[in-house]
Ligand binder design. Structure first.
Ligand code: FES
Length: 135
């Protein structure tokens, strides 16, 4: 392997290590869901469930829909402040996907969104490391 190929491999590893998916995908139209509403979609592949939320006005957030504890699908109660897992009571903040209750070891992976005209486009998936104990 030449130096160029090695550098490309290292760069690819860096990118995939920092974000799970680099695929771009239109997941909704602006205004498609009401304030307080949600929409299920898949990203970055067609078998990885995610959820789009619109907490307020032009504020959209999206996360993986798989609980970080044992991969049960999480749910959203319209207008609520948390995403909830029915399996063992895990709960996540809709602000940043952080764990607010239950056994999940880390935040929900977050889908990076961009607004392009009237399209909401998923551009990457960012995963967080498990929380460490004792500082
Ligand atoms: S699978 Fe979600 S809390 Fe256990």
């Amino acid at each position: 392997m030449g130096a160029g190929a090695l550098a490309a491999a290292v760069w690819t590893f860096f990118l995939t290590g920092c974000s799970k998916g680099r695929t771009e995908k239109v997941i909704a139209k602006v205004g498609e869901i009401p304030v307080g509403g949600s929409k299920i979609f898949t990203y970055p592949t067609d078998v990885e469930p995610c959820i789009l939320l619109r907490p307020s006005g032009a504020n959209y957030v999206a996360f993986s829909r798989l609980c970080t504890h044992q991969k049960c699908p999480i749910f959203y109660q319209p207008g609520g402040d948390t995403l909830n897992c029915p399996c063992h009571g895990g709960a996540y903040s809709i602000v940043d996907g952080s764990v607010v209750d239950g056994p999940p070891p880390r935040a929900l992976p977050r889908v990076v969104l961009e607004q392009r005209g009237q399209d909401l486009v998923a551009t990457a998936m960012i995963e967080t490391k498990p929380a460490t104990q004792g500082g």
